[in-house]
Design a binder for this molecule. Sequence first.
Ligand code: SF4
Ligand code: SF4
Length: 448
Amino acid sequence: MAQSFFGGIHPNDKKAATNKKPIEKLPPPPQVVIPMSLHIGVPCRPCVSVGDHVNLGQMIGEATAFVSAPIHASVSGTVTAIEPRPHFNGTDMLSVVIENDYQDTLDPSVKPAEHPEDMGAEALTEIVKNAGIVGLGGATFPTHVKIASGIGKVDTVIVNGSECEPYNTSDHRILLEYPDEVIGGAKLLARLFQVDKVHIAVEANKLNAAQLLRQRIGEEKAPVVVDVLHTRYPQGAEKQLCQSITGRQVPPGGLPAAIGCAVFSTDTTAAIWRAVYQGMPVIRRIVTVSGSGVVEPKNLECRIGTPLSCLFDACGGLSETTYKILMGGPMMGNAQHNADVPVGKCTNAILAFAREEERLSPHPTCIRCGRCAEVCPMRLQPVFLYQYAQRDMLPELEAGHVMDCIECGACAYICPGRLHLVHAFRTAKQKINTARAAEKAKAERKEG
Ligand code: SF4
Ligand code: SF4
């Protein structure tokens, strides 16, 4: 067993509902709605027009900045609209709407790389960039940027298969059903970063996946090792994962690259293999659909742009008492108010909860028990940060390192007073960022 990190919690992982269910392919819907922002960074510019016929895998949104990632058609058919549509981030986002012709006509650009074994880092990174690969674990940071900025600095490459969020089992199923894609992607990462071996990290609640991976790695003699980690939330958070694997700690305000680490999600790693060996860009996601509000929880493979309602329909619908829909896990997921928002590159899970699970209190009250500080994996003092946030004390919040809060929700989970801690910290971070931007603009105006 690997090393560990400070704090953390042991919630009921609730994975039994789907962790033995093979991935089912959801038939593509009659229409997909593909937002021009499916990543962190600058949104894409549509490069098709209404009335155009598009092929499966054809680029429909071009990246206009380095920190961006192109977007591709997830079905073949006709572009019927390019207009703002509801996005899973709560806004209306410019989206390309494609009427599916059910032909799945492959675009000529979708072809395997010639002689991938002879390709250098630059050519491989270009393939990753053109395939629109981003952090598919949910972060959606463009992968080509992470690779380009890490080459020469990174000595430890980690594939994150820990999947520590309760309910989520999509990564677990990918490891069991597509181990060769993950190992193949890991081998490419080893070449890109010139490291002797790549670590695939899995939590101890996925021992069948660890065993299968080790068997395949042994057969292939691949430069990959499997690290089995304690089952503890948030084991899969980048900084905690780096510490578990290497014993090194990311400094405050830093990124894993600061300690020589680069972390890639399971599906991102498999997507790198698919881009290189099949030429396939990111056009689909494997999504866990679960929670007490879902009649028959499943793992579904679905096209990007499929409305969430289609996934629920494929799972027998929602229970009448469903009161909350989340995209992502129960700890870090985002509430959705519209079941017609589309599946994006970040969508690893969709959860629906029935009313009896409501844990909100009408009168949240701090009883000063200190449990939030005991579980915070970033060693913050949530109880004090919350008091500062209530009073808009931005300098005190900054001094208390609120910007290092990874919004994991461990403090809110453990809090007997039911305080809305994460919401308070998220809002405080936004206010600090706004204040910093205003200060920068003021300084620039003075200089100008
Ligand atoms: S866990 Fe909740 S009640 Fe306890 S000190 Fe922290 S904020 Fe207060
Ligand atoms: S949400 Fe932030 S403050 Fe709370 S436990 Fe996680 S890192 Fe710590």
